[in-house]
Design a protein around this ligand. Structure first.
Ligand code: FO1
Length: 330
């Protein structure tokens, strides 16, 4: 049986996966319809709030592919209510800036209870997916606790900086202040979750979707052992640029790339990932038509490259992107 492995963050990755599955089902991919898809999801966005473990990227993929996602927000559940959130706010309990919907809380209660009973996050995720049936094997990048924290300027503190959780940077501050430094707590000590390395080394194709190259795909690549698996695999590795016309389509990739000194461009991200033939992870890279002038530069990095429409405006449009990505590296 053929297999495709996707290293995914939240919204961008989930939307890409919808198109990939649509393309496989519609025979649009150069792969059999029964090709198995494994998703290795970023867990560095995870946060403990109100005593509950929240895993935004795992849940966004699970809810999106399980048809429970709220399409407007891009996260959390459809038909959501916010009674608990409102009651917590009335008690003056922080963080009031992070919205947990009533239905969503059930997911976090199940997850937290199972973690406290000693189940690893990968078992918890498998249990939650028994209900949601996402149509993929969904794996956390690691069962170990990893959290992205962001240092921001703070005139009131002696060091002139303050470190906050990534969620506070993104949700409360809307990434409107510079990320002076990113700290990936626990990443260097983490290990790939069971099945992650095999999903990469045993794949027929590995895809880096247009997720955040620093705090989503970047953190997955930062788990010791995962980059090595990408070097080892016989599968071609192809990515799709999250940067179009020198800015991100959604989210905060621009701020994150700037924070680590990487040029905010399709070619800049390709260079950041690097060609597999030169110690990096990419064999191929899709850029949007708006960045067609960067194709030659990407190719000069040792990475095959094509310019195509990269706006995921529908599962059909995304299926075309997925098929083009697969063809680029066949
Ligand atoms: N994003 C927001 O902009 N506001 C929120 O209040 C919020 C709550 C939230 C709760 C659960 C969850 O799984 C995701 C949530 N998100 C919220 C989205 C989250 O910040 C993003 O999905 C990623 O972490 C960033 O890529």
């Amino acid at each position: 049986m053929s297999s495709i492995t996707v290293l995914s963050g939240g919204m961008g990755g989930a939307r890409f996966l919808q198109g990939l599955l649509h393309g496989l089902a519609a025979h649009r991919m150069p792969f059999p319809q029964d090709t198995a898809v494994t998703v290795v999801a970023n867990t560095a966005d995870d946060i403990w709030v109100h005593g509950l473990k929240v895993c935004p990227d795992l849940d966004t993929v699970m809810y999106t592919l399980g048809d429970g996602i709220d399409l407007d927000r891009g996260w959390g559940r459809r038909d959501e209510t916010w009674s608990v959130k409102d009651e917590l706010a009335t008690y003056g309990v922080e963080p009031t800036w992070f919205g947990l919907g009533d239905r969503d809380i059930a997911t976090h209660l199940v997850r937290t209870q199972m973690l406290e009973a000693g189940y690893p996050l990968s078992d918890v995720t498998q249990a939650l997916c028994r209900r949601w049936q996402p149509g993929v094997t969904l794996l956390p990048m690691s069962d170990d606790r990893v959290e992205t924290h962001v240092a921001i300027a703070d005139a009131d503190s002696p060091s002139g900086k303050r470190v906050i959780h990534f969620q506070e940077y993104w949700v409360r501050l809307r990434a409107e202040v510079p990320a002076e430094k990113l700290v990936f707590v626990g990443l260097d000590q983490s290990s790939p979750a069971p099945g992650v390395v095999a999903a990469i080394t045993g794949a027929d194709l590995v895809i880096l979707p247009p997720s955040n190259p620093v705090v989503s795909v970047g953190t997955i690549l930062g788990v010791p052992g995962i980059r090595e698996a990408l070097h080892e695999t016989d599968a071609p590795v192809v990515g799709l640029s999250p940067i179009v016309g020198n800015t991100h389509v959604r989210g905060m990739a621009e701020q994150m790339l700037t924070s680590i000194g990487v040029e905010v461009s399709a070619a800049g991200v390709a260079g950041h990932y690097g060609a597999r033939s030169r110690g990096g992870v990419l064999d191929g890279w899709l850029v949007d038509d708006a960045d067609a002038d960067q194709v030659a530069r990407v190719e000069s990095l040792g990475i095959a490259c094509r310019a195509v429409p990269l706006m995921m405006t529908s599962p059909d449009a995304t299926a075309t992107m997925a098929a083009t990505a697969a063809e680029l590296v066949r």
